[in-house]
Design a protein around this ligand. Structure first.
Ligand SMILES: NC(=O)c1ccc[n+]([C@@H]2O[C@H](COP(=O)([O-])OP(=O)(O)OC[C@H]3O[C@@H](n4cnc5c(N)ncnc54)[C@H](OP(=O)(O)O)[C@@H]3O)[C@@H](O)[C@H]2O)c1
Length: 187
């Protein structure tokens, strides 16, 4: 049975984007990016909220960018090799390969997907991930906390969900970012 993993880079006060929608402070440097590449490589399928997909679809063509560092080129290859399911009621067509659109988030369908998958599944975008957390579907949280307080914006974690977590791993990076890996009670 595959695990469902919610990954996010957040501010210390728990936002993925600030009130202006900016998240330049979340940009990983080489050390964090390389670490993230290793975390994402085993993922077979990514579940994206449409807004996160809008940002991440950059990676579909990122391998064409000239003179880029090895670690971003590597991530572009990882992204293109992963299956994607985008949850959206508005998106007419996907602009990446290996991508399908779902109009509804059906927890039972995700349970079946987990049971059938032989590689782990990622979920990205806090609105979508919040629904997966509320439905008890998330087995692990992989959070990278950036050394910044932004005061408001788009929260990484939903209201109204109580979950006890077990710390599985942690790591500090030269940039001041910290990685926290938690397992949920269902994980
Ligand atoms: N910190 C970082 O490193 C980082 C990186 C990238 C992005 N970001 C930020 O992350 C945020 C994206 O997360 P988000 O919470 O705004 O959105 P999200 O979860 O990525 O996407 C929300 C969208 O998903 C669709 N959706 C949600 N629930 C659904 C359901 N039950 N059925 C069908 N479709 C559903 C809807 O799309 P439709 O409107 O199409 O129906 C909804 O508008 C943005 O603020 C972005 O700037 C941060």
């Amino acid at each position: 049975m595959a695990r469902l993993i919610y990954s996010a880079i957040t501010s210390l006060d728990g936002y993925v984007a600030d009130e202006d929608g900016k998240f330049d402070w979340a940009r990983p440097d080489e050390e964090v990016h390389t670490f993230f590449n290793d975390l994402e490589r085993p993922i077979g399928t990514y579940l994206y909220g449409r807004r996160m997909y809008d940002v991440m679809v950059y990676w579909e063509t990122a391998h064409e960018v000239a003179d880029q560092p090895r670690y971003t080129r590597e991530y572009a290859d990882i992204w293109r090799a992963t299956d994607k399911i985008v949850f959206s009621r508005t998106l007419e067509a996907a602009s990446s390969e290996r991508t399908r659109i779902e109009r509804e988030f059906d927890p039972e369908a995700i349970r079946e997907l987990k049971a059938a998958a032989d590689r782990d599944i990622g979920v990205g975008g806090p609105e979508l991930a919040g629904q997966a957390l509320a439905a008890g579907l998330v087995d692990e949280l992989h959070l990278v906390v950036a050394p910044v307080i932004v005061g408001g914006g788009n929260r990484a974690l939903p209201d109204g969900v109580f979950l006890k977590l077990e710390l599985q791993d942690e790591r500090r990076f030269a940039s001041g970012m910290v990685y926290l890996r938690y397992r949920t009670a269902s994980g």
